[in-house]
Design a protein around this ligand. Structure first.
Ligand code: PEP
Length: 262
């Protein structure tokens, strides 16, 4: 990966860890990540863990805080939901949007996810827009058309001057939490396609700055070869982000990949 982009390793904790269990995990991650600043690192606890996480991360400049979802409206009668402004009060800088679990279990459409992306950018949150195909779509040869639609619709009306704040996560659904990983070549093919869509949308110079993460059973054993691919700029990590040592090893892999291309 070219050095114009800084690698990002982001942990998606999903619905795991109480605030106090999360505090222990973050303390472990701080130890593992150490002082390095060459690789961006983010942790995304559940909403209930954000405040405690923000307190622990105060003064820690090389680990950012992310949320796993938000509502596009600034406030109002949306029981159970959280706004971008609320996240900002907790020093959140990233927000995962359009995760396949949100799309599948909560019926989130590309149009709704697009509203969230726009609202996040408006509040200076960096959206991590998740895209990816099902096994059936891959087997039917529809991977690139599905991902292309999700990227184009998810980024509709994103202003060019904010586009480099966006992070895309390519997460083949069949690889999430299953132990099956896309081969580096399979992942690169889709990442390359996403990069060319970004060129069409925002022009070459901006597209080069946008990070495209891979997600789907990334772990220390397979990270090196994935992170060596040209358009893979980091990882969105589920299972392996719940263990400080594994997560720290992924940061080390990204650091090695970053130095290899420096
Ligand atoms: C995820 O759900 O974002 C993810 C990548 O999960 P896992 O690493 O567990 O496959």
């Amino acid at each position: 990966m070219a050095q114009v982009r800084k690698y990002l390793i982001a942990g998606n904790w999903k619905m795991n860890k109480t605030a106090s269990d999360g505090a222990d995990l973050i303390k472990g991650i701080i130890q593992e990540v150490g002082e390095q600043t060459e690789v961006g690192v983010a942790v995304c606890p559940p909403f209930t863990g954000l405040e405690t996480a923000a307190e622990i991360l105060e003064g820690v400049n090389n680990i950012s805080l992310g949320a796993q979802n938000m509502h596009p409206e600034p406030e109002g009668a949306y029981t159970g939901e959280i706004s971008a402004a609320m996240l900002r009060t907790l020093y959140v800088s990233f927000v995962i949007l359009g995760h396949s679990e949100r799309r599948e279990y909560f019926g989130e459409s590309d149009a709704f996810i697009n509203q969230k992306v726009l609202a996040a950018l408006e509040s200076n949150l960096k959206p991590i827009l998740c895209v990816g195909e099902t096994l059936e779509q891959r087997e039917d040869g529809h991977t690139l058309s599905v991902v292309s639609r999700q990227v184009n619709e998810g980024l509709k009306d994103v202003p060019k001057d904010k586009a480099d704040q966006v992070v895309i996560a390519y997460e083949p659904i069949w690889a999430i939490g299953t132990g099956k990983t896309a081969t580096p070549e399979m992942a690169q093919e889709v990442h390359g396609e996403i990069r060319s869509i970004l060129v069409q949308l925002f022009g070459e110079a901006t597209a080069k700055k946008i990070r495209i993460l891979y997600g789907g059973s990334m772990k220390p054993a397979n990270a090196d070869e994935l992170l060596a691919m040209k358009d893979i700029d980091g990882g969105l990590i589920g299972g392996a982000s719940l263990d400080a040592k594994s997560f720290g090893k992924l940061v080390s892999s990204a650091l090695a990949a970053s130095r290899a291309t420096a």
